[in-house]
Every structure is written in structure tokens, then in C-alpha cells.
Design a protein around this ligand. Sequence first.
Ligand SMILES: [Mg+2]
Length: 194
Amino acid sequence: MRKILHADCDCFYAAVEMRDDPGLRDLPLAIGGSADKRGVIATCNYPARRYGIHSAMPTARALRLCPELKLLKPDFDRYRRVSHDIQAVFHELTPLVEPLSLDEAYLDVSEVTRFQGSATWMAHWLKQEVLTRTGIVVSVGVAPNKFLAKIASDWDKPDGLFVIPPTQMRASSRGWRSTSCTGSALPPRPSWRV
Ligand SMILES: [Mg+2]
């Protein structure tokens, strides 16, 4: 049985900005293009999400929803440097890292013997190490395949750690099928916990 971690930073660009300027933490904050250039929101923090703002939303609309929104232009060089530091932690666990974007990757830990081979312990370690070394919070999903690991990393956000053990694979897939036609992006979080 394979063991896959899906690691996904919480509101990554906004998290980097808040790390580097803690005064931004409690403000509704978005990273994106300016409204007068038909820009869109790339990422926003959780205070901004409470106004209904989300990524891919036109900046003009976000500013209508929250006129006091703090809007920053993305600084991709800085995000890339932080991403590099985070990926270095991933590579300490396993060489089998498959990045999906600056803030997201699959880690195949099937052959890792550290932590007595426990993928759950590995996920705990990963979250702690990334936070300690980079100041960035990462949510992790653990599952026997990539598809479920990616879903699991979203179930417990922010600062999530959700494990789908092999014994629950079938139930998780059923949950996915029964909700996939409702238009929601993800199935509801299951009631069982590990
Ligand atoms: Mg992310």
C-alpha cells in the first residue's frame, strides 16, 4: 500500500506577507492585480475570506465587498525563495517530491523508514519543521493515493492534518461520488476522525 502526503500551504502568498509584516495579520489582506487594470485576487488571508473574497475574484469586486481590503502586488521572487526553503524540508523526508506549484507538493513516503514508517507522524513532523524553519503553516493530507491525499489536505484547513487510512478508502470514495454532482468543489469532511 502506498503512503502519500499532500502538503499545501495555507493562503501562501498572504502567509509570506503576514510573516514578513506581522502588522498585516489581523487585517483583511489580498495579493493580486490592481482593480483599474482588471486584476484578480491571487490569494487572500482568512480575515479577507470572511468578506466572501476568494482567489480568482476580480479585484474590483473584492474591493466592493471589503473597501478597507489591504491589497498587495505579488512578489514572486520572495515567494519562490520561501518555497525553496519549504521544499528543502520535504526533501529531508523523501526524495520523491512532486511539486504542483510554489506552495503545494505530493510526497511519496511509502519507503520512508523514519518515524517507524508512520505517515501520520511524518505529517506532524513536516508541519512542525516547515513552521519552525520558515514561519509558514502547511496543511497536510495523508492517504494511500494522490487523489485522496489532495482531498484530505483540504478537509482540515487551516493548519490541517487529515489522515485517510486504507480502511477508509472506500468510504471516502463513496463520499466523493455522492457529492460530486452537487457542484461543491470537495466532498464534505467525513464524520470519522483518526
Ligand atoms: Mg495552498
